[in-house]
Design a protein around this ligand. Structure first.
Ligand code: KIV
Length: 266
């Protein structure tokens, strides 16, 4: 029997000082493979807007699209925790809308949702979601859905005051019931300080080595997204070349009559 990763597993990892891995994924079979590879948490990141759907920013994706990908991923996973990133405006209009939209993802097979921010309103959303049985992964530091108010892709928490402000928000989210916290584009020493002062696990997305976990976008890891590579991402393969090479060979075989062969016909 496959043992499912839950919020309790992640809490135990933090207590035992054991690192865990988080990778984004968007389709059923990639989810199945990364689950079998031992990844602890699969995140249907709203990054899918850019890396899979070709939008210019993550803010363009909607709840319906996130639902389609959540269902696909949930069908492929048996071990990892499945977390859906809630898209821009799906939890901002009211606490009721947040419960409805996040609850929909749970119905589609997610085990938890991720929401960005840590102001008063977001804290009240986190609190209500936890009260109704929807586990929340929070997200502070650089929060892409606030791209326009942050004025671009900028490192957050660079001064002691700024790090203290992130910690203050993180503590409120922890108290509201969040089970983990993504820290994106935060200097390593600030992320260390925040991690040491929280009892929930922190997940680094370009926040250095001292967080409890690491997350990357799978298309960066697989070498499939060519538009840009964040400084903190590591490319482990070259899927772009692999896909192009397979397509080139198929194209050539069709045009030279080498495909199909005797074994590939009825
Ligand atoms: O959308 C996403 O993929 C994310 C992670 C990189 C944290 O939010």
């Amino acid at each position: 029997m496959v043992k499912k990763i839950t919020v309790n597993t992640l809490k135990k990892y933090k207590q035992q000082n054991e690192k865990f891995s988080v990778l984004t994924t968007y389709d059923c079979y990639t989810a199945k493979y990364i689950d079998e590879a031992g990844i602890d948490v699969v995140l249907i990141g709203d990054s899918l807007a850019m890396v899979a759907l070709g939008y210019a920013t993550t803010n363009e994706i909607g709840v319906e699209e996130m639902g389609i990908f959540t269902k696909a991923v949930a069908r492929g996973v048996s071990h990892a925790m499945v977390v859906t990133d809630m898209p821009f405006l799906s939890y901002h209009t009211s606490v009721e809308d947040a419960v409805k939209n996040c609850g929909q993802m749970i119905k589609f097979g997610a085990n938890a949702v991720k929401i960005e921010g840590g102001g008063d309103y977001i804290v009240s959303v986190v609190e209500r979601l936890c009260q109704v049985g929807i586990p929340v992964m929070s997200h502070l530091g650089f929060t892409p859905q606030f791209l326009n108010t942050l004025g671009g892709y900028k490192i957050q928490g660079k001064t002691q005051d700024a790090a203290d402000e992130i910690l203050k928000q993180a503590k409120r989210l922890e108290e509201a019931g969040a089970f983990s916290l993504v820290l994106e584009m935060v200097p390593e020493d600030a992320a260390k300080y925040i991690t040491e002062n929280l009892s929930i696990p922190t997940i680094s997305c370009g926040a250095g080595r001292y967080c409890d976990a690491q997350v990357l976008v799978s298309d960066d890891v697989f070498g499939k997204f060519p538009e840009f590579k964040p400084k903190f991402a590591r490319k482990y393969g070259d899927m772009q070349s692999l896909i192009m090479e397979c397509a080139r060979r198929f194209n050539e075989d069709v045009k030279t009559g080498k495909f199909p062969s005797e074994e590939e016909i009825f």
